[in-house]
Design a protein around this ligand. Structure first.
Ligand SMILES: NC(=O)CC[C@H](N)C(=O)O
Length: 231
């Protein structure tokens, strides 16, 4: 299985994403945003970072990169795509996922370990989890507040397209839930077919015991291997 990881100017976490792909048992393939070449990969990861310095809006310029036209076309044919943090911002700006990521409500960059509730364990990227499972992976963003029109949020919820939601990392403390003011504590959403997923937290930073905070993140990368076999 070959999983492409796209590098944009300003990408930061492409190396960690490639490492997570390898630890999950697949072959990472480097993709360059300026090429029109998906190199025949079986799935694509858009990594975190500050593509184009977050100018205009985070992800807005990267969404117009040459390779993104190919990603959008392939995703519409069912190619599994995972956008992590800046990658999620790019997917929203490219129109593959609904809503937008805006400045954190408190206007501070937030970097910490974060509890998440897995609400959909049947997307291409989440079958290694169980529905209702709580996991912990890092968040680190300045523009991570997920917003959409109330009617669109109702539709997303009604269609079950919220994949992960922010919950307290230390239940009962009441101090560390939603890190950025996201509407309805939404941390990640999926496309209608469950093959495109965008997440604000960073699963690629939680794949090894040595560095912690957990190995929960690996599940996103192992899930897609199952999805590709099934396809
Ligand atoms: N870690 C990241 O991918 C950062 C995402 C984005 N540039 C932000 O600060 O919101």
């Amino acid at each position: 299985m070959r999983i492409g990881v796209i590098t944009f100017p300003g990408s930061l976490d492409d190396v960690d994403a490639a490492r997570a792909v390898r630890l999950a048992g697949a072959e990472p393939v480097s993709l360059w945003h300026g090429d029109h070449d998906l190199k025949d990969v079986d799935a694509v990861v858009l990594p975190g970072g500050f593509s184009y310095g977050d100018y205009l809006r985070a992800g807005a310029i990267a969404a117009r990169s040459p390779l993104m036209a190919d990603v959008v076309a392939a995703a519409r044919q069912g190619l599994p795509v995972l956008g992590i943090c800046n990658g999620f911002q790019v997917l929203c700006e490219a129109g593959l996922l609904p809503g937008a990521l805006t400045r954190n409500s408190h206007l501070h960059f937030r970097n910490r370990d974060q509890g998440l509730l897995v609400e959909r364990a049947d997307t291409a990227w989440t079958t290694s989890f169980t529905q209702g499972q709580r996991i912990v992976v890092p968040v680190k963003n300045g523009e991570g507040r997920y917003v959409a029109a109330p009617a669109d949020l109702d539709r997303l919820e009604g269609d079950g397209r919220v994949v992960v939601r922010y919950v307290s990392t230390t239940p009962g403390s009441g101090v560390d839930g939603n890190p950025n003011g996201s509407s309805r504590d939404i941390a990640g959403v999926t496309s209608a077919d469950g093959r495109v997923v965008g997440l604000m937290p960073h699963p690629e930073h939680a794949v090894e015991d040595l560095t912690g905070p957990s190995t929960d993140g690996l599940g996103f990368f192992t899930s897609v291997l199952t999805a590709m076999v099934a396809a």
